[in-house]
Design a protein around this ligand. Structure first.
Ligand code: CTP
Length: 409
């Protein structure tokens, strides 16, 4: 049996990047031999094992044949006869199809090293099409390595186009798609992920609601970039620049979906886009079984982001309604994330990236004022139930009025 390091570990070492996960491929071994050495099988039919000590993944060299649609449709052929080259040719990208032995001797039959130097994401062979998830993977790698100058090879983009049109992307499970989407959003240049998906026609299939924003104009006075799609990408880019968490990045991507529903004769204004977008956001959230915290923040940011921008002009009563909607008393972090998303939205406008956003501190101050109302004295007065609720609200409103007066010059 011969064992090689493969995939991301080889690629990232050659790129001079830190290697976190190591995948291994085993040539010339049987399942029985692996079990006898103490490796633990990962799944019943899947020829992948975990090392008894390191826990790293060891896969038997295999070829794959497709027998049906979607991930469940795979059959694997692993045998002692399958060579390293046969295993590597069925992988996604040439830069992921290199192997290294324990002496760091490189096996690179499909010229991954050449493509690393040329900064090209290129598929290895037509077997790329065996797993449509690779369309999302390539877009994710493009987002990760954009800073290094990587682009998608034209022939790979063409193949991704074919896959997007074939209906195969619809067969992906929500879990697999979300894993790629969420990882891509956390890369340094998440907007490149969306751009690549759009360039190959996959955005139209996966998130038509986002695709629809391209070509929709906004008022140039507020949005010098004009195009709503371009704005969305800039907001996402700002979120990455400011190291925002996944919840905020997801909310940034979806905050303006309602603008895609505006009738053309109303352009470039988008009356009530905050509400119109909510049903679209719910649909996207459900499509990918998005985690609850991301779902919630995306809906709240869409509904209230214009309130955020107008924070300094809001009446105390409207300010209170905003704070209550966020349940700032029990969910302080969610309100911070809302403020961050609003700021990214304001900065994601052409030429306004560096402009200060005083609304952020104003909103924080308002939250502090509302929270400063002590409940204990009201309880001591004997108030309870709805009466207590009303009194707390009145006190908070008073606190916000005082806050507004104190901060206005
Ligand atoms: N692979 C593939 N097709 C997939 C998934 C994985 O060809 N749909 C292959 C690639 O050779 C990849 C390797 O399996 O390099 C390991 O996959 P994975 O751990 O998912 O990705 P990495 O390339 O290690 O990348 P990352 O740094 O994102 O983990």
């Amino acid at each position: 049996m011969r064992i090689y390091k493969v995939g991301g570990a080889v690629r990232d070492r050659l790129l001079g990047k830190p290697v976190t996960d190591i995948d291994w491929v085993v040539v010339g071994a049987t399942t029985e031999e692996m079990l006898a050495k103490g490796f633990r099988p990962v799944g019943a039919d899947f020829p992948v094992f975990l090392h008894p000590k390191s826990g790293e993944e060891y896969a038997l060299a295999r070829t794959e044949r497709k027998s049906g649609r979607g991930y469940g449709g795979f059959t694997f052929h692993a045998s002692t006869e399958v060579t390293l080259e046969e295993d590597l040719i069925r992988r996604d990208l040439t830069i992921n199809a290199m192997a290294e032995d324990d002496q760091q001797n490189l096996t690179d039959p499909y010229h991954g090293q050449r493509d690393l130097e040329a900064r090209l994401l290129r598929h290895v062979s037509p077997a790329f099409a065996e797993d449509p998830l690779r369309v999302l993977r390539v877009a994710r790698f493009a987002a990760r390595y954009a800073t290094l100058g990587f682009t998608v090879a034209p022939e790979t983009l063409a193949l991704m186009h074919q896959l997007s049109e074939s209906g195969e992307l619809e067969a992906l499970t929500p879990e697999r798609s979300w894993k790629e989407i969420s990882r891509a959003l956390m890369e340094d240049q998440p907007q490149v992920f969306v751009e690549v998906l759009r360039a190959c026609g996959a955005l139209k299939v996966l998130m038509p609601e986002v695709d629809a924003l391209f070509g929709v104009p906004q008022p140039p006075a507020h949005h010098p970039e004009i195009d709503t799609g371009a704005h969305t990408l800039s907001v996402l880019q700002q979120a990455a620049l400011h190291k925002q968490p996944l919840t905020v990045r997801w909310a940034c991507l979806l905050h303006d979906l309602g603008k895609g529903l505006t009738p053309e004769d109303e352009w470039p204004r988008h009356i009530a886009h905050e509400f119109k977008g909510l049903k679209l956001i719910k649909a996207v959230n459900e499509r990918f079984k998005v985690p609850k915290d991301c779902q919630e923040l995306a809906l709240l940011v869409a509904e209230y982001h214009t309130h955020g921008h107008r924070a300094l002009e809001l009446k105390p009563s409207t300010l209170l309604e905003l704070l209550q909607s966020f349940d700032i008393y029990r969910r302080p972090q969610r309100f911070e994330e809302f403020i961050a998303a609003c700021e990214m939205d304001a900065r994601g406008r052409k030429g306004l990236e560096e402009r200060s956003y005083p609304q952020a501190d104003y909103l924080r101050g308002a939250a502090t004022a509302a929270r400063s109302v002590a409940v204990q004295p009201l309880l001591e007065k004997g108030l309870k139930g709805p009466e207590l609720g009303e009194e707390i609200k009145r006190e908070r409103l008073k606190a916000l009025k005082a806050y507004k007066e104190a901060t206005s010059v």
